[in-house]
Design a protein around this ligand. Structure first.
Ligand code: DX5
Ligand code: ZN
Length: 219
């Protein structure tokens, strides 16, 4: 049974003091930091790029779990690796050759992730499953925090766990979007071992992020 980890999304943090916010997350027991990179093209929103990640690197030794919602993505992978990303997760629709992009991330000695939108089928990436470290199941359509969890993805999580167990693969199953205290247990029971959350962690319990991280971890 993989350890349940929480990867808070800084998309819901105070962007005027991201360094301090990352320190706050580390002190509150976050297992890694989920960095949502958006280009206004792959998704209808724009956030941060490599220079900001580079500036944030010194604020924590926690892993940067970088979610690239950008296309084309291949030509930017090295910039994010050099800026300090530890896990680099890409969307299959954002690259001409998924296998090549994943191999390239590995040559940069970074953990490799693939993100599946709610309407993207597992069979579109099944040849890559044995080579990836993390599969990021989107439980919202990417682009914004604060959206409603799409319960149909629970089936996809269960199937990914079944495939992993049957084929003895190693990938982590991370779920991202609309995670809250009402659905976190069903997401974990379905097979997820990393939960991404922005709104719930920063907003619930008057912003008590330590309590919110601990509550999301409860099974
Ligand atoms: C959406 C991002 C998610 C989002 C999660 O495109 O990928 O990481 O920030 O935020 P909440 O937890 O607010 O849904
Ligand atoms: Zn994300």
């Amino acid at each position: 049974m993989k350890k349940i980890q929480i990867s808070p999304s800084i998309l819901s943090a105070d962007f005027s003091q991201l360094g301090k916010e990352i320190k706050r997350l580390e002190d509150a027991g976050a297992d890694m930091i989920h960095v949502d990179v958006m280009d206004g093209h792959f998704v209808p929103n724009l956030t941060i790029g490599p220079p900001v990640i580079k500036a944030l690197r010194k604020y924590t030794s926690l892993k940067f779990d970088v979610h690239l919602m950008i296309s084309p993505v291949h030509k930017y992978i090295k910039d994010f690796a050099d800026a300090g990303a530890d896990i680099i997760t890409i969307h299959p629709e954002a690259t001409e050759n998924l296998g090549q992009s994943l191999k390239f991330i590995k040559t940069l000695k970074k953990k490799v992730g693939v993100s599946l939108n709610p309407n993207t089928k597992i069979n579109s990436i099944e040849n890559e499953l044995e080579n990836i470290d993390l599969i990021l199941v989107m439980s919202v359509y990417p682009g914004f925090g604060g959206q409603k969890f799409i319960p149909e993805v629970l089936e996809k999580i269960e199937l990914l766990k079944k495939i992993r167990d049957e084929k003895k693969y190693e990938y982590d199953i991370e779920v991202d979007g609309g995670i809250n205290f009402e659905n976190s247990k069903s997401v974990i029971n379905a097979g997820a071992n990393i939960l991404v959350s922005g709104t719930t962690i920063f907003k619930e319990n008057d912003g008590n992020i330590k309590k919110n991280i601990e509550t999301l971890k409860e099974v």
